[in-house]
Structure formats: C-alpha cells, structure tokens
Write a new protein. Structure first.
Length: 511
C-alpha cells in the first residue's frame, strides 16, 4: 500500500502535498519584510554597487585623462620646452594605465561582499598614485618664464585635474580628497621653501577647490545612495507583491478544490442521508401514533416521539445545507413568475399561526391595499417569509406579539417587515447571527436551537432577486427584519389598448 499523501479532492479538502511550498513562500515574505524594515542600516549594503559604478565611470572615461595629459604637455612645451614635462607625461600615463587595469580586473571578477573593503582600499590607492603624479606636476618650475604665466598655467591645470577627477570618481567616497592630498602636500612643501606669495595663493586655491569638490562629490554620492535604496525598496516591494500573489493564487486554488470537494460530498451524501431518514421518520411516527396497536410502555412511546422530532430536525438541517450550498455554487435557479406579495405573506402567516397560538403569541398584520404583483420565484419568497416568521415565533416569549407589514419602499419597491417584542439581539452579535451556522447567545441558551442557516439563506435568496435584507435589533426591545424587493421587480399595469377602426379593403384596379 502506498504511503504517499493523496491529492484527490474527493478524499481531502486541504492539499497537504503542497505544504512545503507554502512554508517557503512564507519564509520569503518574512525575509523580504525584514529587509525592508532594516533598509536604513547603513551604506554597507550598497558598497559593492557603488564601487561597480565607479569602475564603470573610470572605464568609460578612459580616454579623457590621456587627452588631457597630452594637452597639458603640449601647452607646457609651448611655454617652456623641458624634458621634465615629457617624463611627467609618461609617468601619468603609466599611473593611469595601472588604474585602468585595476578597474578592468574589478569589472571582470565577481566580487563578494566580504571583499568590498579590500577593493575599496585598492581603488583609493590607485587614486593616491594618480595624486602623486599630479604632485610631481605641482613641483614643476620654470626659471626662464617671465611673469606669472607659468603659475597661471599650473593653477589652471591643477583645477581642471581636480574637476575631472571629481566627475569620474564621485562614486568612490573620499576619492578626490585622498587623491589630491599629495598635491596639497607638494604645494605646501614648495611654499615652505620659497615663501612666495604666489605659491601661497596657488596652494590656498587648490586646497579650497579640493574641499569644495569633495563636498560636491559627497552630496552626489549620498544622492545616488538614496536613489539606490529607493530602487532596492521598490524591487523588494515588487518581489513581496509577487510572492503575495502566488500565495493568493495557491489559496484560491485550494479554496476551489475545497468547494468542489464539498459539492461532491453534498451531492453524494444527500441521497444516502435522506433514504434512512425517511424510514426513521415513518416508523417513528407509526410507533408514536400507535397505528399498529397500543404500546404498553409509555416511555417507549415518548422515545418514538423524540426520535421523530430529531429526525425532522436533521432533515431540515440537510435541506438548509443543500439550499445554501446550491446558492453559493450558483446552481440555485429561480423559477420566476408573477405573484402577489400580499397573498404569499397571508399564506405564511396561516402556516405559523398554529405554533404561535401554542405560545399565546398574537400575529397582527398591516397590508397596503391594491399592491401590484412582483416578478419573483414564489417558492423562494415563501421560504424567506417563513424563515423570518419562524424565527420571530421561536424567540418571542409566551404572550408576545408579532407584527407583519407589507408595503412600498421609498424607491418604488415592495417590502415585508416582521417585528417582534422578543429579547432582541446584542449589537455585537448581529454579524454572527447573519453568518452561516452563526447563533447568538440567546439562541444558544434557548430550548429551541436552530441550525443557524435561516438568515444566511434569506440573504442569499434576496440577493438572487437583487433585493436587500435589513436586520434591526436592540437588547430587551425586540427585533425587526425587512425583506426588500427592488422596483425593477414590481409589475407595472398597462392600460388597455383602445379598439382601432378596421382598415377598409383596398380595391384592385386593372389597367
């Protein structure tokens, strides 16, 4: 015999074979929610992405620095031809090549989160090496140049170098500040030696430029970091929505399977339950009525009556469950025809009159005169009114009073209102009473307990007729229930068409 779990919807309602999927989905949802709640834990979660963006910027601007170095060398050779500028240009190109090789290696390698700090240090070291190259340029001098033209040239080159570095490496935090520390140190060394006012001014301008561009780069870095956190949160929310959608689809599938299993169970069990119930009801009625002869023991006769009443209760429960299941499954077909709401209400009052008299309950009615007929299912409307009247008789005490009204609504529809002076329903228990199998505390304590399906069936039948159901109740004051049919169900009378004069026979003419 196989020990696997059956997945047939005829045997089980909940498919346990898919439990592991639900567990994984729930775990994913919890992890995503925790990640969303801890999204402001710091910048470490995006360090690798920031370094990757910095490397991409360096690789895309790979040709800018060599062109700038060539331009600087050409202008410097024009101002003062010197072999030192050419040596400096070769040094800068070599350092720039080292920086590109390091960036290309980073882009080709899958960097783990634990290696982020190490690669950040390497990239900052590459910026320091480029800064050493620019510091070598800052130490250049021109004794043969007249005036301050060489200082202007050197200052302009350093400012452009700072701006270009800031534009290409703002994703590397502190890249500009660390990269141009050697330049500032070289300028300070030159100021300490020369004590020249121009060197002091150039050093101050470069230092201020480095601080300013560092501030700009830091703001750009934070802005990009915020955008990346928003993007990450959006992706996490989308992932959570997808997971929630998959969970809802799974829940809907399981609900459909459970509904199918319930429908098959009710369809297969209704006949099997009703057949023995008919025998129980028939034989118990014969025994309690002593049709075949007197029963010497009165206790047995009482037991037969109890069996008959219990069988009737069980049969009513089965019928109500089947009615509710057919309505929920959309298989409750209405056999609509014209009917008078007044006549149906009068018939239903007559059917419960005997039970009301047994409890000394007076049923008073107030009907509108000459109400037109409505288009509805007579059996369903009769069931609605009977359910409401039975509840009123059941929960009204001895010597109580029930009033039944049939009239017009403000919108042109018709209604049936049933009010009793029974114990009423607490306000917090009204949703329970209106739910399937729901019973209030008074119904549970009373001797005549029902199935809790009467009001849900009434709501469902009225909904099939596009109507409404209203329940008003106050504790120790009574309950009023109103069944409303819309104006579209009311049949409007059309006046008779007047007899038209007969059309004279047309005479034929022959040419």
């Amino acid at each position: 015999m196989s020990s696997g779990v059956s997945i047939s919807t005829d045997k089980i309602i909940v498919d346990r074979s898919r439990g592991h999927r639900n567990k994984a989905v729930s775990k994913t949802v919890r992890a995503t929610r925790e990640r969303l709640q801890l999204s402001n834990s710091g910048n470490q979660a995006f360090d690798r992405d920031m370094l990757a963006m910095h490397v991409n910027a360096v690789l895309q601007a790979a040709a800018v620095v060599p062109l700038f170095i060539a331009l600087v060398t050409a202008i410097g050779m024009y101002i003062s031809p010197s072999a030192h500028l050419i040596a400096w240009a070769l040094l800068m190109l070599s350092l720039h090549a080292i920086n590109l090789l390091l960036a290309r290696r980073f882009s080709r390698k899958e960097i783990a989160a634990a290696e982020t700090t190490k690669w950040r240090r390497r990239l900052l070291l590459a910026q320091i090496l480029l800064g050493v190259g620019w510091a070598t340029f800052a130490l250049q001098s021109c004794d043969a140049c007249g005036g301050d033209s060489f200082y202007f040239y050197k200052g302009a080159v350093l400012l452009f170098a700072i701006s270009i570095t800031a534009m290409s490496s703002f994703m590397l935090r502190q890249g500009v500040l660390v990269g141009f520390v050697p330049v500032i140190a070289a300028l300070l060394f030159r100021v300490a030696i020369s004590r020249d006012l121009i060197d002091i001014g150039l050093t101050a301008i470069c230092a201020i430029a480095v601080v300013f561009f560092h501030f700009i780069c830091d703001r750009l870095y934070r802005s990009n970091l915020t955008l990346m956190s928003y993007q990450s949160e959006k992706d996490d929310l989308i992932a959570e929505l997808e997971v929630a959608k998959s969970m809802s689809d799974e829940a809907r599938r399981r609900a459909e399977e459970a509904n199918l299993a319930k429908s098959r169970f009710l369809a297969s069990m209704s006949h099997e339950l009703r057949t023995p119930l008919n025998a129980i009801l028939g034989f118990s009625e014969v025994m309690s009525s002593e049709v075949l002869g007197p029963m010497p023991n009165p206790t047995y006769r009482e037991y037969a009556g109890d069996i008959h009443r219990s069988g009737e209760h069980l049969l009513n429960l089965i019928n109500e469950i089947l009615d509710l299941s057919r309505i929920e499954a959309g298989r409750y077909d209405l056999n609509e025809e014209t009917l008078s709401l007044l006549e149906v209400a009068e018939d239903c009052i007559g059917m419960v009159q005997l039970r009301a008299r047994a409890k000394n309950i007076a049923i008073r009615h107030s009907f509108e005169n000459e109400m037109p007929q409505v288009w509805a299912d007579e059996k369903s409307i009769r069931q609605v009114i009977l359910n409401l009247l039975s509840n009123a008789v059941k929960f009204t005490q001895q010597g109580g009073e029930i009033s039944v009204k049939v009239g017009w609504t403000a919108g042109g529809g018709q209604y049936v209102a049933i009010k009793d002076n029974g114990p009423g329903i607490p306000e917090e228990e009204i949703p329970i009473v209106l739910s399937a199998f729901g019973q209030g505390s008074i119904a549970i304590k009373s001797a005549e307990q029902g199935t809790g399906l009467g009001l849900p069936i009434v709501q469902a039948i009225l909904a099939k007729h596009d109507g409404q159901f209203v329940l008003r109740s106050k504790l120790r004051e009574g309950t009023e229930v109103i069944a409303i049919l819309p104006a579209t169900r009311v049949m409007q009378s059309i006046p008779a068409v007047a007899d038209a004069p007969a059309i004279e026979k047309r005479r034929r003419s022959f040419a």
